[in-house]
Design a protein around this ligand. Structure first.
Ligand SMILES: Nc1ncnc2c1ncn2[C@@H]1O[C@H](COP(=O)(O)OP(=O)(O)OP(=O)(O)O)[C@@H](O)[C@H]1O
Length: 353
């Protein structure tokens, strides 16, 4: 399909708060003073732990939740205050896909995708070509007449994506859409979403608890913790400049770099008597991604460094490296300070003899 000019909508959260009243009368504050701008045509990843407020934030974009304070604007329209026909119009502009697909078991692939068009009152003669086009876009031409029970998870999500696109929305919301899929299928679904964003100019907001998903697809991101946005910005900038412990803990799990088994079994979190080596994860990014910093560390501080595992990956066009190293535990603090001073991130994984 050819590339078209962006047709996505911007989404602006301005000082948004949301409180719920619990069954016992006590209040739950799900979001506090959230301000975030998602550019038209961007793919924005929102990452946070369970209960952080991700779903609440996402559901405000299509008016399923209304803010207690503040404003949510989609394409300049105030979703929280919209009612009736105006709210329905905004909702037509916002499609959504779900972790468990939410397909209708009694309907075929074709009929699931046709459903939003039927609800919108589109004439059957116009529905058929539109659904066929969507089926082709998501690569399910040979599965047109199958039922959800006859599809794999990845195929079900493709149906979910086609259904969400049926009414030509400007925004696609993804609620943990790849969390129920294996890593390989996750990649194919992320690729499809990226292609759709590129070809249709659609704005995509996806919530996830997996940093790898954000790394692989998002142009911008926000980290949410306890109802607050603790960091946000272009994905690469957040990856290389992250300062908040929540972001760092998500980052530490993002690479495929793991300790060799013979070492991980012996690693202790606290340094015990006799532990000689400190094991570190060192993250290289930005202007230092390709610098020979470990060689410099050895030379400048006269510390021997053992490289245990490592990889250089890319976020968009930018290099992002991860190394697992060990060094003399007595010199650990000094070495970490040196590396941090040169713009690298360090994390102590533990100690070994
Ligand atoms: N309708 C509701 N009534 C009361 N409390 C709610 C309601 N919806 C959400 N909450 C509370 O708001 C907080 C944020 O919930 P939310 O579902 O937005 O988090 P989340 O980050 O999406 O979590 P998860 O990843 O587990 O889905 C939680 O403490 C939750 O219990």
């Amino acid at each position: 399909m050819t590339r078209t000019e962006p047709t996505g909508a911007s989404i602006i959260f301005e000082n948004v708060g949301k409180s719920f009243s619990g069954a016992d009368g006590t209040g739950v504050t799900a979001l506090k003073d959230v301000s975030l701008t998602v550019d038209a045509g961007a793919i924005c990843g929102i990452i946070g732990r369970s209960g952080a407020g991700k779903s609440t934030l996402l559901r405000m974009v299509n008016g399923l939740e209304r803010p207690t304070n503040g404003t949510v604007l989609v394409d300049g329209r105030d979703v929280g205050r919209a009612r009736g026909a105006e709210l329905r119009a905004i909702r037509r502009d916002v499609g959504m896909i779900f972790q468990h697909f939410n397909l209708m078991a009694q309907r075929s692939v074709f009929d699931n995708i046709a459903l939003p068009l039927e609800i919108a009152g589109i004439a059957p003669a116009r529905i058929e070509p539109r659904v066929n086009e969507l089926i082709e876009r998501v690569g399910l031409t040979t599965h047109r007449d199958r039922f959800p029970a006859e599809l794999s998870g990845g195929q079900k999500q493709r149906v979910g994506i086609a259904r969400a696109l049926a009414t030509k929305p400007k925004v696609l919301l993804s609620d943990e859409a790849t969390s129920a899929l294996d890593p390989e299928t996750t990649q194919t679904v992320l690729t499809l979403l990226r292609d759709i964003s590129r070809d249709l100019g659609l704005t995509i907001v996806l919530i996830t608890h997996e940093m790898a998903v954000v790394r692989d697809i998002a142009s911008q991101m926000a980290v949410i913790d306890g109802g607050h946005i603790v960091e946000s910005g272009p994905t690469y900038d957040v990856f290389i400049q992250s300062a908040h412990p929540t972001t760092r803990s998500f980052l530490s799990g993002v690479t495929g770099v793991t300790l060799p088994a013979f070492l991980s079994g012996r690693l202790s979190k606290q340094r015990n008597a006799g532990d000689q080596q400190e094991v570190l994860r060192v993250t290289f990014a930005g202007p230092h991604a390709t610098d020979p910093m470990l060689a410099r560390l050895s030379t400048d501080l006269n510390v021997s460094v053992n490289i245990l595992a490592g990889a250089i990956e890319e976020i968009g066009p930018h290099p992002f490296g991860n190394l697992l190293i060990s060094l003399d535990a007595d010199r650990g603090a000094e070495a970490r300070a040196y590396l941090e001073r040169h713009g690298l991130l360090t994390e102590v994984l533990g100690y070994v003899r």
